[in-house]
Design a protein around this ligand. Sequence first.
Ligand SMILES: Nc1nc2c(c(=O)[nH]1)N[C@H]1C(S)=C(S)[C@@H](COP(=O)(O)O)O[C@H]1N2
Ligand SMILES: [Mo]
Length: 315
Amino acid sequence: MLIRRAPDLKSSEITPEHLYWNRREWIAAATAAAGALVLAPGVRPLAALAQGQQRLGMPFGLQPDDKPNSYEDITEYNNFYEFGVDKGDPAARSKGFRTAPWTVRVEGLVKAPASYHLEDFLKPHRIEDRIYRHRCVEAWSMVMPWRGISLADVIKRAEPTSQAGFVEFTTLYDPQRMPGQKSRVLDWPYVEGLRLDEALHPLAFLVTGLYGKDLPNQNGAPLRLHVPWKYGFKSIKSVVRIRLLDKQPRNTWNVAAPGEYGFYANVNPGVDHPRWSQATERRIGEFRRRKTLMFNGYAEQVGSMYAGMDLNKNY
Ligand SMILES: Nc1nc2c(c(=O)[nH]1)N[C@H]1C(S)=C(S)[C@@H](COP(=O)(O)O)O[C@H]1N2
Ligand SMILES: [Mo]
């Protein structure tokens, strides 16, 4: 098929989204999925792309009315308390945050513990682009076109021992570089955890980029987790340590407010937060409310991991 060049754009129109959607790989994947469909240049081939990812065996949970949020939405409306508690603080206050050099330690109940420079940590792994739904516990949501690596691959590379049952993640602790850590709003450093089977699920993703470019600081550069079937607070940013444990790790929001936030934090429209409903959500950039989906739309992929568990108690 003929791939034409995108028509001339005014430089003000050349957003990261434009560059991203015009990438040859996307167009090729979408076209493969859509058979003979010829995509006009600049058209966001989202539906075709979704089918393409599915056909290539890649996980995908987008719904027909989902489309990725703009670069501005994703980078200007953030939760990252290390840089302040207001939604605009991370963009404003993380600008000078240095993320190189960056070291990641993988340790605990593994046969191959190691401390890596970020580049070496990433090197053996396949870099992938994935579009994920993101649902904050505050009842707003976005759709993120991430770039990153499979968490399962990282864990397998470390060779967990037979005692390992959980994975703990820790954010950098450095109040000089992360000024929000000078205030005691949370118990620093931010920590999160997953059961080992959750961490090995193919949807669990370690994010290194957004819209085909490096991850902006406010989104958790240089390495953050995204577990798309769970509330956003599980998706810990600026990770420096991944540790395999035999018991359930502590997680920051559960420590801060145990009556409000659990360990599992699976998106569940049937279990309300004590102070608000989780039945609906507002997509950033829209005004209407959408129904929140069980497991944030990924029930088909992840539901079996929770068979037999009371999800009203294990929230
Ligand atoms: N270290 C750290 N990780 C964090 C947070 C945080 O405050 N500190 N906030 C969490 C919450 S509540 C959400 S909703 C997501 C927000 O990610 P985003 O800003 O990329 O949308 O990051 C999560 N990861
Ligand atoms: Mo959140």
